[in-house]
Design a protein around this ligand. Structure first.
Ligand SMILES: *Cc1c(COP(=O)(O)O)cnc(C)c1O
Length: 394
């Protein structure tokens, strides 16, 4: 069946086009490291690319391949490359697109390790990086040098929920011959498809919304065209950060309910944001669905919904943050996000603890900032939970 013109939720169930010879409704887990050839000639054809037969799981695997096809179709890309983790996808992109002497411009509030690895490791290979607030695209223009090759964006950003204008950024990237990479983890293709706005590469931590059940770690790289796809696939193969077939199976399973899960979670998030916005112990709140969000209009333009990630600041700063963490009962105190369960975390002491204080301040990560990943529980229960925990703050 051609799934190209189907609606998004139908694609979630039918894209990938796998038809099992035994009639299995689900994609089997091809738990095999290697694949036998029918003849020496067939083996040769697989190696020289004349046949697309499988060779070895690090190079490709039928279960992983179905997931790659589904995500490529959802993101409107040419092809996708499964990786063992989101960081595997990030490093595939850095390794594949940058060489000694090159410069990369990145959003300053990206996922902590995506920044730290550039500063601590790629710098040792002679790769230079600049971090700017990409929600104002003028900052990108100012940071461009003759050696700039990549513009790396995360929108909404982690954990400040600032939004970058994908169309404007891609225009700047095109004018300056930069490859534009977007980490689309916070939105998933259900809410935002960066390739439609001009991105060249999209990456995901599948660990979050796409798998959605907090039971695996995984990542994927989506390339807009064939040339980029081939380059990044060979980088992943050589890096060895491939996905495992069992991991791919679970992601395919989780992915089927992406639309349902996000619809419910973002409906909950809107109600929680409205509750928190007027709470006396809250200093500020950032949720793209609130009119008070500085890029509310931009979010409406480039996203199909506002998502379920909320950031807020407590008037009582660090201590109040700790009190809240220690008193919520339903929301679990844990990093990660995008699962069916509500999770709460404190970036200053957790995910962003390795980022320097000065850089944290520059990126808007204050000591009282709390990040809330809203799940699909009953919203009244989530609000009562927050209410009783906020009451404990003196
Ligand atoms: C979690 C995350 C990553 C890293 O993914 P892992 O699966 O943990 O390796 C990258 N980017 C964003 C935005 C994330 O939230």
């Amino acid at each position: 069946m051609d799934t190209k013109n189907l609606g998004f939720n139908s694609k979630l169930i039918h894209a990938g086009g796998y038809k099992d010879k035994q009639g299995s409704v689900n994609v089997p887990i091809f738990q095999s490291s290697t694949f036998q050839f029918e003849s020496a000639e067939e083996g040769a054809r697989c190696f020289n690319g004349e046949s697309d037969g499988y060779i070895y799981t690090r190079l490709g695997n039928p279960t992983i391949n179905v997931l790659e096809k589904i995500i490529a179709e959802l993101e409107k890309g040419y092809g996708a490359i499964g990786t063992g983790s989101g960081m595997g996808a990030v490093n595939t992109v850095y390794m594949g697109l940058l060489k000694k002497g090159d410069h990369i411009i990145s959003s300053d509030a990206v996922y902590g390790p995506s920044r730290v690895v550039l500063e601590e490791k790629y710098s040792e290979f002679g790769i230079e990086s600049s971090f700017v607030n990409t929600s104002n695209s003028e900052n990108i223009k100012k940071a461009i040098k003759p050696s700039t090759k990549v513009l790396y964006l995360e929108t909404p950003a982690n954990p400040t929920i600032e939004i970058s204008d994908l169309k404007k950024c891609s225009e700047i990237a095109k004018e300056n011959n930069l490859t534009m990479v977007v980490d689309n983890t916070f939105s998933s293709p259900y809410l935002q498809r960066p390739i439609e706005f001009g991105a060249d590469v999209v990456i995901h931590s599948l660990t979050k919304f796409i798998n959605g059940h907090a039971d695996i770690v995984g990542g994927i790289v989506v390339a807009k065209d064939e040339q980029m796809y081939k380059k990044l696939r060979s980088t992943m193969i050589n890096l060895g950060c491939n996905m495992d077939p069992h991991q791919a199976f679970l992601v395919i399973r989780g992915l089927k309910t992406l639309g349902l899960r996000i619809d419910r979670a973002q409906e909950n998030a809107m109600k929680i944001a409205e509750y928190l916005e007027w709470h006396p112990k809250i200093e500020w709140i950032k949720y793209p669905g609130l009119k008070s969000h500085p890029q509310h209009e931009l979010a409406k333009k480039q996203m199909n919904g506002f998502g379920s990630m909320i950031s807020f600041g407590l008037k009582g700063g660090f201590e109040a943050g700790k009190t809240l963490m220690n008193n919520v009962k339903m929301a679990m105190l844990a990093v990660s996000l995008g699962g069916v369960e509500s999770l709460i975390e404190h970036p200053a002491s957790m995910t962003h603890s390795k980022v320097s204080q000065a850089d944290k301040i520059k990126a808007g990560i204050t000591d009282g900032l709390v990040r809330y990943s809203v799940g699909i529980e009953d919203v009244d229960d989530l609000i009562s939970d927050l209410r009783q925990a906020l009451d404990k703050i003196k």
